[in-house]
Design a protein around this ligand. Structure first.
Ligand SMILES: C[S@@+](CC[C@H](N)C(=O)[O-])C[C@H]1O[C@@H](n2cnc3c(N)ncnc32)[C@H](O)[C@@H]1O
Length: 473
């Protein structure tokens, strides 16, 4: 075994796995599988890649390419995500009716693997609150949400205790808790340096606190999905058993295909699902789902006398008319110079969220409005809801797409003057503004590719670059 696993961790795993322990350590010596999850709203499913069996849109890659050099990655056409954690899809599909309009919370959301996955599984009539307590990480989450392009998501930056005050607000809550990360040792050996028995205890206590802090925000009858990427019982089964002692929670069992290699566990009647790298093609993971059987009903929301969200004026709306598909689904609100589209059906709830939480991003940032001018914003370019024919599109080749993402000057042949959606393989990347003899690159500075492209763009190299588009026949 080449990974220097901490001795007490070895002892724990030996007692947990018995005879299978050597298969487990052998698996840790194998490279981590690389997997991606495709955004069906932006591209078709690959036809030439093996599928992650518990996820319709998850696929394995045989090597780990440079995703930074694939424009489709920047366009939100797929997300690079560890395969085991995509099992969330089964938990959601099997425990809730996803065709219903649901209010869903992803409490520990950054960088956004589960939030983008949930956003794709929900109906358009649902609302997702993707929260992250650490501010810089909340900003990364907001970036990934914008790139994924779903409009019915609000990104917040709050402590779980603040969210817990929204009594009975959510039909579903996902708590992908901060944990001791034992399941990530192979992928991220640094996680081993932080591992200790004391840290396991600390994580377990923190997870219990998080669960208690947020519990009241779940509706009676609602579903809580709890997950970690660690193996020990303290952070997994024991926390679920403890939750059932503290609160009115019943276990939800999930149907598994025997081919998946997932291990079902049970402690005090609470079921859990474990992923071990010697049995599944993925990293270590644990998930359990529970239903809240009793609790306080949601408070009914009254329209505030002084609304927090200010509706855009007729004139402002006119400036962006035709920019969004199905405009009747959206309410345009204005904050400073920004016009934002929020899901019309959720305005009362959104008013509550904006009033009580720190919202870092919400809906679709459509435009910046100054005087009588509307400048389309990056999130609109990447949105799944931008109207097909509101803007001319310029399809560019791989080298031009990378230069655009690097914020270099690019040439857009045959486009008319004005705002142009720059796209690669049919996936929108951002805005260019074509003037008489040049194009202004409006790709956001904070999102640009920072690495030098000199080597990648040499004629002998550019043909060999990976793009997920090439996996569709
Ligand atoms: C396992 S990660 C979440 C990964 C994310 N769900 C995904 O799929 O991309 C756990 C997250 O919990 C956040 N976190 C740390 N302490 C927390 C706390 N006390 N309450 C809530 N979240 C916390 C971390 O910043 C981290 O982003």
């Amino acid at each position: 075994m080449s990974l220097a696993l901490p001795a007490p961790f070895q002892t724990r795993m030996q007692s947990q796995l018995g005879e299978a322990y050597s298969a487990f350590t052998d698996a840790l010596d194998q490279p981590s599988p690389t997997s991606i999850r495709v955004n069906r709203a932006k591209m078709p499913l690959p036809t030439s890649l093996p599928q992650v069996p518990w996820t319709e849109t998850g696929f394995y890659l045989s090597v780990r390419p440079s995703f930074t050099l694939d424009p489709m990655f920047h366009g939100g056409a797929y997300y690079v995500q560890e395969a085991s954690s995509m099992f969330l899809e089964q938990a959601l599909k099997q425990s809730v009716d996803l065709s219903e309009p649901l209010a869903v919370l992803d409490l520990c959301g950054a960088p956004g693997g589960k939030s983008t996955h949930i956003a794709s599984l929900l109906s358009e009539e649902s609302l997702l609150v993707a929260n992250e307590v650490i501010k810089p990480r909340a900003n990364i989450l907001a970036e990934n949400i914008q790139k994924w392009g779903s409009g019915n998501v609000v990104v917040t930056n709050n402590d779980p205790s603040h969210i817990g005050k929204l009594i009975g607000f959510f039909d579903v809550m996902v708590v992908d808790a901060p944990c001791s990360g034992e399941g990530m040792f192979r992928k991220d050996p640094d996680a081993m340096n932080e591992w200790s028995e004391a840290n396991v205890k600390l994580c377990s206590e923190r997870q219990r606190r998080i669960l208690m802090d947020v519990w009241d925000a779940l509706k009676p009858g609602g579903v809580l999905i709890y997950s970690t990427c660690t193996y020990n019982l303290e952070e997994n089964e024991e926390n679920l058993a403890w939750l059932a002692q503290q609160q009115d929670a019943e276990t939800i069992t999930l149907d598994l295909s025997p081919d998946w290699g997932i291990t079902e566990t049970e402690l005090e009647g609470m079921h859990g699902y474990r992923f071990y790298p010697h049995r599944t093609q993925g990293e270590g993971f644990f998930l359990a789902a529970v239903r809240k059987t009793e609790g306080e009903e949601a408070r009914t929301f009254k329209k505030s006398k002084r609304p927090f969200l200010v509706l855009a004026s007729k004139q402002e709306k006119a400036l962006v008319q035709g920019w969004l598909k199905e405009p009747k689904n959206w309410e345009l609100v204005k904050h400073k110079e920004t016009l934002r589209a929020l899901p019309h059906a959720w305005m009362l709830e959104l008013e509550q969220l904006y009033e009580n939480l720190r919202v870092v991003y919400g809906g679709i940032e459509v435009a910046e409005v100054m005087k009588n001018n509307a400048k389309p914003l990056p999130a609109l370019a990447l949105s799944q809801h931008v109207s097909e024919d509101a803007f001319p599109r310029a399809e560019v080749d791989l080298a031009t797409a990378l230069k655009f993402l690097h914020r270099e000057d690019v040439v857009l042949e045959n486009s008319a003057n004005g705002w142009v959606l720059v796209q690669f393989n049919g996936v929108a990347l951002g805005w260019g503004k074509k003037l008489q003899n040049r194009v202004n690159n409006h790709y956001p500075k904070e999102w640009r590719i920072r690495m030098s492209l000199d080597e990648a763009l040499k004629p002998e190299n550019v043909g060999g670059l990976f793009t997920l588009g090439s996996t569709i026949e």
